[in-house]
Design a protein around this ligand. Structure first.
Ligand SMILES: Nc1ncnc2c1ncn2[C@@H]1O[C@H](COP(=O)(O)OP(=O)(O)OP(=O)(O)O)[C@@H](O)[C@H]1O
Ligand SMILES: [Mg+2]
Length: 432
């Protein structure tokens, strides 16, 4: 299709029409800098009191802030620091893109206004440089207290060749060195799990102290509060309370993630016809779930996709959402291409855990009588939405099989099982 001036004008009109419900859409962007935090008072107070204890000469060297995605960790920590800037100097470093521990030290240095170092100089030298930069900033800003926030801190544990314990130890040593110079440092790490759960030496754990601030997933009323506040500013016409409640209820029961709740409301605004309805929220949810499934599956390996395909096909053909690991494994083994060697049962069990961590499936334990307990899995998103992302042709085949299965059931009812099975066998022979 040719892209003409006229076509561009048409697309522009369509986008403008879509955006006509928004007054300031940026308020529904989770990246937008917000000036108001809804709730999270207990968590904010804990963080504040750890930082402020520096003024009393008591150091909390490490505060570990942890919790599920979208629970407001980064937003709240940033907000607290901003509001203490009259007494502290602080830097907020997001480590998401870092691959090694040395890369992490370099990123911290960059945020402190220094140039990167070559890894040949070693980690000791890098931590010395971090210390010098902190001293410099404190002198320039004429402060005594420094807060170093290390967001997405869990990445340091994925550096298989590095030594996370040693890095944390060096940072703690740096804090002590600074203290001797009457400069006070508090480090705040933000991660999905508590630092205590990661593999760190006991001596490091004990020096880190035990100041933890946990962020639980948002409840329905928390999310409603956030959505009410944002929607008042984001939309031209107020969104009905009933619709906001519905959106909050879906978001809290599924994930308690404020970021995804904001995405849901924004997407509903983009597809609505002037005013947002519950149906728009349902459609938006389907769209987002489909995007999410495609995103997860696009970055999955061949075998992971086969495992997902097995659960999907069992759900459609078996007509019930939950499938036991053994059934999934059998289906998976049948499905793997002739030129590929199927993975072991154990490896497939690992892949199922990975799929659960990615948010595509959920698991539950079920009793196998005297054989103990087994695990079964279910897609979190409807199989009709996941299937096409695995492979359009394959999924069309599953739907065709389902239709044949249904027709056979109808035949069984009208002709009796014996004659129906005979017809099915004959039909199969003809198609082979
Ligand atoms: N209490 C809140 N009040 C207002 N907005 C909030 C609140 N909590 C979260 N948000 C909004 O939700 C978005 C996601 O929150 P945030 O980035 O802080 O989550 P997170 O816990 O750091 O997640 P991740 O683990 O994925 O980094 C924020 O950009 C912000 O817009
Ligand atoms: Mg964050």
């Amino acid at each position: 299709m040719e892209l003409t001036r006229q076509k561009i004008a048409e697309i522009r009109r369509k986008i403008e029409q879509k955006d006509s419900v928004f007054a300031e859409k940026r308020y529904l962007d989770s990246m937008c800098n917000i000036s108001k935090i809804i709730g999270r008072e207990i968590e904010s107070e804990k963080i504040l009191s750890s930082i402020m204890s520096l003024q009393d000469g008591f150091v909390v060297p490490f505060v570990s802030v942890y919790g599920r995605s979208g629970s407001g960790k980064s937003t709240v920590v940033k907000f607290v620091c901003e509001n203490l800037s009259d007494v502290i100097s602080y830097r907020f470093v997001n480590l998401r893109k870092v691959q090694t521990i040395f890369g992490c030290a370099n990123l911290i240095l960059g945020n402190l206004g220094s140039t990167s170092l070559s890894s040949a100089v070693g980690l000791n030298k890098a931590v010395d440089c971090i210390q010098s930069q902190i001293e410099l900033i404190l002198e320039q800003e004429q402060k005594k207290y420094f807060v170093l926030v290390l967001d997405e801190y869990d990445v340091i544990f994925s550096d298989s060749r590095g030594n996370p314990s040693d890095f944390v130890y060096k940072l703690l040593q740096m804090e002590e060195n600074l203290r001797e110079k009457d400069k006070w440092l508090c480090m705040i790490s933000i991660s999905n799990n508590a630092l205590q759960e990661y593999d760190l030496d006991d001596r490091v754990k004990s020096r880190m102290g035990s100041t933890y601030v946990s962020f639980s997933p948002y409840s329905k009323s928390d999310i409603l509060g956030i959505l009410q506040d944002r929607s008042e500013r984001a939309f031209k016409i107020p969104v009905h309370k009933d619709v906001l409640e519905y959106c909050s209820s879906l978001s809290s029961s599924d994930h308690g993630d404020a970021r995804r709740a904001l995405d849901l409301l924004r997407t509903a605004g983009e597809i609505c016809d002037g005013t947002i309805t519950r149906e728009n929220i349902d459609s938006a949810l389907k769209l987002l779930q489909k995007d999410r499934a495609s995103e997860i599956l696009a970055s999955s390996t061949y075998h992971m996709r086969c495992v997902a395909a097995s659960i999907c096909s069992l759900a459609i053909l078996g007509e019930q959402p939950w499938s036991a690991t053994s059934a999934i494994y059998k289906k998976y083994s049948d499905m793997v291409a002739k030129n590929e060697k199927p993975l072991s049962y154990r490896r497939v069990s690992d892949l199922l855990v990975e799929l659960e961590n990615s948010g595509l499936v959920v698991s539950r334990a079920y009793s196998r009588g005297r054989h103990g307990y087994g695990k079964e899995y279910k897609l979190k998103i409807s199989p009709e939405l996941v299937g096409p992302s695995i492979g359009k042709e394959w999924f069309d085949g599953v739907i065709r099989d389902k239709e044949i299965q249904d027709e056979l059931e109808d035949l069984k009812k009208s002709l009796g099982p014996k004659r129906a099975n005979m017809i099915a066998r004959y039909a199969k022979m003809m198609s082979d």
